[in-house]
Design a protein around this ligand. Structure first.
Ligand SMILES: O=C(O)COP(=O)(O)O
Ligand SMILES: [Mg+2]
Length: 239
């Protein structure tokens, strides 16, 4: 339990479990919620910067840049390095850097990435409750299956959507509504669980409920400030 966060009372926990009775679908975020992937994202970002003869960004910075997809991550790194002046890269320069990042991340993504404690127990518990589970991430789709497999998370999700799967990504509600519609579940019976502003805003815009985890990445800001329905210090609290 981090000192910044209020302790959960037994009443809070019981209320949360009661609320789960009104949920037919849980949509999880990936990076910063199910897996701690920032270390490997940082390795890949620094590979890109090194190739461009720029100084490394390092994990502390990269952690704050994750959450709006790989293109935005690479753009933030190039802007921070002033690689293309204060204006940042143009479209073609960013395309090239992103292509390089995709190659580097493919090599790096299983180096230091781990599943957070309580994740598998939570997924198993909700499956046993008969709640459908899906994954909506802003990460490029091609990384989803290899990561889920390596983390032992494959087989839990009826749907997995990556950042480019639809024209709009989180914080747009479209990916959440897409999954809910595919399963014929009303948005108010859907619970989004995520770590960042994009997840809370997408859930609100979709009319879904929203739990936020306190341990993930939220651009260096406390996720509690965004007013999720509840804040969790571990998914174990849902078991
Ligand atoms: O790739 C990202 O920017 C973050 O992905 P997420 O939506 O799983 O947190
Ligand atoms: Mg996330």
């Amino acid at each position: 339990m981090g000192a910044l966060w209020p302790e959960f009372t037994l009443g809070d926990v019981l209320m949360m479990h009661d609320a789960l009775n009104e949920i037919d679908l849980i949509i999880y975020d990936l990076d910063g919620t199910l897996i701690d992937s920032a270390p490997d994202l940082a390795l890949a970002v620094d590979d890109v910067l090194e190739t461009m003869n720029l100084p490394p960004a390092g994990i502390e910075r990269v952690r704050d840049w994750v959450g709006n997809g790989s293109r935005r991550l690479v753009e933030r790194a190039l802007l921070n390095a002033r690689a293309f002046g204060t204006e940042g890269p143009d479209r073609a320069q960013l395309d090239d850097a992103l292509a390089l990042f995709m190659q580097c991340y493919e090599q790096r993504m299983l180096s230091n990435t781990f599943c957070y404690p309580g994740v598998i127990d939570c997924l198993e518990a909700q499956r046993a409750r008969g709640i459908a589970q899906a994954l909506v991430t802003n990460k490029p789709s091609r990384f989803i299956d290899p990561l889920l497999e390596a983390m032992g998370l494959e087989g839990f999700f009826t749907h997995t959507l990556g950042g480019e799967a639809l024209p709009e990504k989180k914080p747009d509600p479209a990916p959440l509504l897409h999954v809910a519609r595919a399963l014929d579940i009303a948005p108010e019976r859907v619970l989004m669980i995520g770590d960042s502003r994009s997840d809370v805003e997408a859930a609100r815009a979709a009319g879904c409920r929203c739990l936020a985890v306190s341990y993930g990445y939220n651009h260096g800001e406390p996720i509690a400030d965004l007013g999720p329905d509840h804040l969790l210090d571990s998914l174990e609290e849902l078991v």
